[in-house]
Design a protein around this ligand. Structure first.
Ligand code: FO1
Length: 315
């Protein structure tokens, strides 16, 4: 069993590749819920939706979030009536927010409604939120502490970040379905998808049971760098690194993750960093990590899985 930790867009792209390489009983997705928030009365889980839509083949490949072939009648009607339109909810996308909000209100867990929705989208691989507990990423900035979507969407990632807080993480529990997988003895490797280290991966590792499980791991952890050629392919990762004094390179990401990752997959544009990363005590493979289409996601996933298998068999 491979457990893949995924956040936003980059995570979802690799998820598609991994899902086409490994069968459902050999691959589980653990998804960030730190971006979640209540908005317009809806419980919104952006990274769960991005992974679900992308695996189902209905995701908007341009924006990386929401659905393809979307219409915006709800948004325009809402705007005409003076409602908040800074966080855009498409008409098709709305169906998931309504069903998730209704389920949560009835006491159904986030992991259970996610399982039901993923099944209805025809997804066979388990897509599991990192916790069913409320956990919210708070971004400390030069404009004060902001809720994640306020920082990310409303203010367009412009404020300078000073740090992050994962409110609720101390008491957060992993869903029982994930507990069983983590303690099954079946996990052969963990893959950290190319997601933002601060706001996509760190929230997952802030859940105590996941952090301890990774620390005491008996399996290798392989990560794909989200930074290629000194820039993030999407989102504010490189800007955050600069603002926090980390070098916005694949080496900077390796140093950020430290001992929680054993091996790195970096892009051929960063081949010159391979030795520096090896000097950090990490195994490295250099390949094309830019997943500009599904075929490239599958190619990268094949490289990652064979790398994981090689490392797991050495243990
Ligand atoms: N990101 C934006 O930049 N603008 C939006 O209006 C927006 C709406 C939105 C609606 C549903 C959803 O699931 C995601 C949405 N996102 C939007 C992305 C969201 O901010 C995610 O948290 C990011 O993708 C980071 O993971």
């Amino acid at each position: 069993m491979i457990v893949a930790l995924a956040g936003g867009v980059g995570g979802a792209r690799l998820a598609v590749g991994l899902a086409s390489v490994l069968p459902p009983q050999r691959l589980t997705f653990v998804v960030n819920t730190g971006d979640d928030f209540e908005h317009l009365g809806f419980a919104i889980s952006p990274d769960l939706d991005t992974v679900m839509y992308t695996l189902a083949g209905v995701g908007n490949a341009v924006t990386g979030w929401g659905r393809a072939q979307e219409t915006w009648n709800f948004m325009s009607a809402l705007g005409q009536l003076g409602g908040e339109t800074w966080f855009r909810l498409g008409d098709r996308d709305l169906a998931v927010h309504v069903l998730r909000t209704l389920a949560l209100r009835r006491g159904i867990s986030l992991s259970e409604i996610t399982r039901v929705l993923a099944t209805r989208f025809g997804i066979k691989h388990p897509v599991i939120p990192m916790t069913d507990s409320p956990l919210r990423t708070r971004v400390r900035t030069d404009c004060g502490e902001l809720a994640f979507q306020d920082y990310f969407v409303r203010r367009g990632c412009r404020p300078r970040v000073q740090g992050f807080r994962f409110a609720g993480s101390r008491k957060a529990r992993v869903p029982s379905v994930l507990q069983r997988i983590m303690h099954s003895g079946e996990v052969r490797a963990a893959v950290i998808c190319p997601s933002n280290p601060y706001v996509s991966i760190a929230p997952i590792l802030s859940v105590p049971e996941i952090r301890h499980w990774m620390k005491r791991r008996t399996f290798p952890v392989i990560a794909v760098s989200p930074i290629v050629g000194g820039a993030a392919l999407k989102g504010p990762a490189a800007k955050m690194m600069r603002e926090l004094g980390a070098e916005p390179t694949a080496l900077g990401v390796v140093r950020h993750h430290g001992s929680s990752v054993d091996a790195w997959v970096i892009d051929q544009q960063d081949a010159k960093l391979q030795h520096a990363i090896e000097r950090e005590g990490k195994l490295v493979i250099v390949t094309d990590t830019v997943m500009s289409d599904r075929g490239k996601s599958v190619q990268l996933a094949k490289r990652v899985v064979s790398f994981a298998r090689a490392l797991a068999s050495e243990r």
